[in-house]
Design a protein around this ligand. Structure first.
Ligand SMILES: [Zn+2]
Length: 138
């Protein structure tokens, strides 16, 4: 399960609302104890997708590496990635699967008409063929 503390959660929702109607993306930092993850910091990253960003996001590998380094510098782990789905449910799309990594949690925030609606966390399998829903609290 994954728990997102108030501060990073508020930052993630604010980020997702600010990029609406485009997708936002970012990194979640925190601590890891077996399957129990606690997110204590969120870092907004640039959506680097060159094209319509209403239904796509792309992370630059160097941004992800920098987020990973920032986590280690602070004695934390890079727990996962978040992104938003403007006017769409918080499902894990085929594109999301193709761009996933099995060792991260993927939190999807559904933003409907500019306001936060609901969120889910997903755990992709190693084959990147499906993702299981992870218990999410915020
Ligand atoms: Zn998506």
């Amino acid at each position: 399960m994954i728990r997102i503390q108030n501060e990073p959660w508020d930052a993630m929702v604010a980020h997702a609302r600010s990029t609406y109607p485009n997708e936002c993306c970012g990194a979640m930092l925190g601590s890891l104890d077996g399957d129990n993850k606690v997110v204590s910091e969120a870092i907004a990253l640039k959506n680097a997708f060159e094209g319509a960003q209403a239904a796509r996001y792309e992370l630059r590998p160097e941004d992800l590496l920098a987020a990973d380094k920032a986590a280690r510098d602070r004695g934390m782990d890079l727990i996962g990635i978040y992104h938003s789905h403007p006017d769409c449910d918080a499902y894990f799309s085929k594109t999301d699967l193709q761009n996933s990594c099995p060792w991260y949690s993927f939190v999807v925030l559904s933003i409907q008409k500019g306001e936060f609606h609901h969120a889910n966390s997903w755990l992709p399998n190693f084959e990147q063929t499906e993702a299981a829903k992870e218990e999410l609290t915020y």
